[in-house]
Design a protein around this ligand. Structure first.
Ligand code: HEC
Ligand code: HEC
Length: 581
């Protein structure tokens, strides 16, 4: 506690958030904190090589973007989105889900007992086949959904860039815009200080594994005439094993970020740096192949320590703290709770959330948590690593899947020494100072040039961005349409799914102003066909008609057509027919 304040005071004295922090025990505002650079070493290679921009580096995307792009857009409602993620799991288990009615997230003011915040984590690794690499979602894909805010927060790993991406799905409602945007990273990392997931420690009293919390949800839902046993298809009461697993998954994710630092900064640059990274990978494989029997005093690990000593040249590496102190919202003093409840009682507006500075100001006006419980309080590092620590190897081991190590071993005819030799033989460029990319590494090790027994490198489905639309950052002004704009109907019935769709083919209503959108839309001649209900209904092409018959937009359009039978013709007239050219 005292140490935390020393950290805070250093910033205060250096004038970053002013003298207030010293006299105001409630601590600095989120607005003030969002401009503070983290405790990251500014001179580290990782700081230089791992982007801290809001948008992902060119040609790379978040895991979430890949998943929803393959699903033709962000599925709606939330249950369908969770289903789409669950469907990727070969064992078909549902993801890990907890509810937090009174949490500490940026959206805390809009969640409540009848509509708690939902936090979901994917938790599976798909096995590799001879020709493909399986997906690793463990510690890599998290959602936070607050229905009253119509917003999903997304935290998912960007494999090719070696960092987590912070995204939002805004206006996530039946006929809403459902905009998938990259958030202001600096805002998110004020609490997510490692650039990674965070979660409270046991016994997770904020979650619905706590009797009191689950009871409060059930009571509030019953009083509101809602199902007291389940919300959005998820159980209102869960066992302690559920938040425990979520806690583990956030720790795993947090350590991915630290692992990239170790891969780059513990090994350093130059020949010895490359040698160090090879050694780190070999040690990771040795550990993964036999976690129980792995002996970290053997020469393999010692060699890594020597190389790290050279690479770190007297420096240490900080592992960010992803654990928050446990907090029991129902044990808090009445006065404080009453103030918060007063805020909770205000009706939330649709699409409200951390989407602009105005919203952040609203967040800052909320009563402050005691700093020891506040996720905004700068946390001391979880650990400080020296060259003696070989955690980088353990981190790489968790970026690889169980199946990866099996694939390597199989290609090596069962002999791990052959795998180590392959690592020695693999091209130097793989061990240059660049983020560790599991897929590139595996594709290279499992290539005919490196392993004689391999016919062709395995493919991977979630890395190619060539069929994806450009990433969108938060804060772009909404499209302004005047009352006569031919786009108004498209906005009403189509934008939810075709504006900001991560799949290029389906993003044909994109553009920053009316002229641009019209130009893009007019090129999509298929739209004329998709709106030709008269011609195609009842034929084998009926499934191509738009909007899809199971959508709210379809119901809306069907009912509007009764008032305005010319609607479809009017919309089709916006798109030039083939003969108009
Ligand atoms: C005021 C602090 C704070 C800020 C700012 C913040 N978060 Fe969080 N976030 C939390 C806390 C606390 C949790 C864990 C408990 C919970 O979800 O209520 C969390 C959890 C999450 C989760 C679930 C996975 C996890 O880490 O447990 C996602 C996804 C998420 N946040 C996304 C975001 C995004 C995107 C932003 C930026 C727009 C953001 N957060 C900004 C406090 C914050
Ligand atoms: C609820 C979401 C949703 C809404 C609303 C919606 N679409 Fe679609 N649309 C889709 C999906 C998903 C596909 C992809 C279907 C597929 O390929 O199987 C699609 C495909 C299309 C295609 C074919 C694109 C291609 O390249 O194959 C056109 C054209 C189209 N939609 C036009 C429209 C128009 C016009 C509207 C509004 C009247 C509309 N859509 C409303 C979800 C939607």
């Amino acid at each position: 506690m005292i140490k935390r304040w020393i950290v805070a005071s250093v910033f205060a004295v250096s004038g970053i958030w002013g003298a207030n922090a010293l006299i105001n025990p409630a601590g600095p505002s989120v607005t003030a904190l969002s401009v503070v650079k983290g405790v990251t070493d500014p001179d580290a290679i990782s700081t230089r090589l791992i982007s801290s921009e809001d948008l992902p580096p060119e040609g790379t995307r978040s895991l979430f973007d890949h998943v929803v792009s393959q699903a033709n857009g962000v599925p709606y409602p939330f249950e369908k989105l969770v289903e789409a993620i669950a469907k990727l799991d070969p064992s078909a288990q549902s993801p890990v889900v907890v509810m937090l009615p009174q949490g500490r997230s940026l959206l805390k003011a809009q969640a409540n007992e009848s509509h708690p915040r939902i936090v979901m984590a994917a938790d599976f690794q798909s096995p590799n086949s001879r020709s493909t690499l399986g997906l690793n979602t463990r510690g890599q894909l998290f959602l936070g959904f607050v229905e009253n805010a119509n917003e999903i927060e997304v935290l998912s790993y960007n494999e090719a860039a070696g960092r987590f991406e912070f995204q939002l799905v805004q206006d996530y409602s039946e006929t809403g815009a459902r905009k998938l945007v990259y958030a202001k990273r600096q805002v998110c990392t004020t609490c997510h200080q490692g650039g990674a997931p965070i979660f409270s420690q046991r016994p997770w009293a904020e979650t619905n594994a706590s009797e009191k919390t689950a009871e409060a949800i059930a009571v509030a839902r019953k009083a509101a005439g809602l199902n007291p046993a389940s919300y959005l298809g998820f159980p209102v009461k869960v066992g302690l094993d559920v938040p425990e697993r979520l806690d583990e998954l956030t720790d795993i994710g947090n350590f991915f970020a630290a692992t990239q630092k170790l891969w780059l900064d513990a090994c350093g640059e130059g020949d010895s740096g490359n040698q160090c990274r090879r050694q780190m990978l070999k040690t990771a494989v040795a550990y993964s192949a036999e976690p129980g029997g792995f002996n970290d005093t053997l020469s393999m690990a010692d060699r890594l320590r020597q190389l790290q000593a050279k690479g770190m040249a007297g420096k240490t590496i900080q592992v960010p703290e992803s654990d928050l102190n446990n907090r029991d919202p129902y044990a808090e003093p009445e006065g404080w709770r009453a103030k918060v409840s007063h805020y909770f009682a205000k009706p939330a507006k649709a699409g409200d959330g951390a989407k602009s500075n105005e919203d952040l100001e609203a967040f800052d006006r909320l009563p402050k948590l005691p700093s020891v419980l506040d996720p905004l309080t700068l946390r001391l590092p979880k650990r400080t690593l020296t060259p003696k620590d070989i955690d980088g190897a353990y981190g790489l081991a968790s970026l690889l899947t169980y199946s990866d190590v099996e694939s390597l071993r199989a290609a090596a005819g069962g002999d791990l020494n052959v795998v180590y030799q392959a690592i020695d033989r693999a091209p130097a460029s793989l061990f240059d100072p660049k983020p560790f990319v599991r897929v590139h590494m595996m594709q290279s090790l499992l290539s005919p040039a490196v392993m004689a027994s391999v016919a062709a490198s395995p493919r991977y489905a979630m890395l190619d961005t060539s069929e994806m639309s450009a990433p969108v950052s938060i804060g772009l002004p909404p499209l302004a349409l005047n009352a006569e704009s031919p786009l108004n109907d498209y906005q009403k019935y189509c934008f939810s799914c075709h504006r900001g769709n991560p799949q290029k083919r389906l993003n044909f209503m994109a553009g920053s102003d009316e002229k641009e959108v019209l130009a893009v839309l007019k090129k999509k001649s298929e739209v004329r066909e998709a709106l030709d209900w008269e011609r195609y209904q009842g034929t084998d092409k009926a499934s191509k008609l738009m909007p899809p018959t199971d959508s709210a937009q379809y119901r809306l359009m069907t009912s509007d057509l009764k008032q305005n039978p010319q609607l479809l013709d009017k919309m089709r007239a916006v798109i030039p027919g083939l003969f108009d050219f």
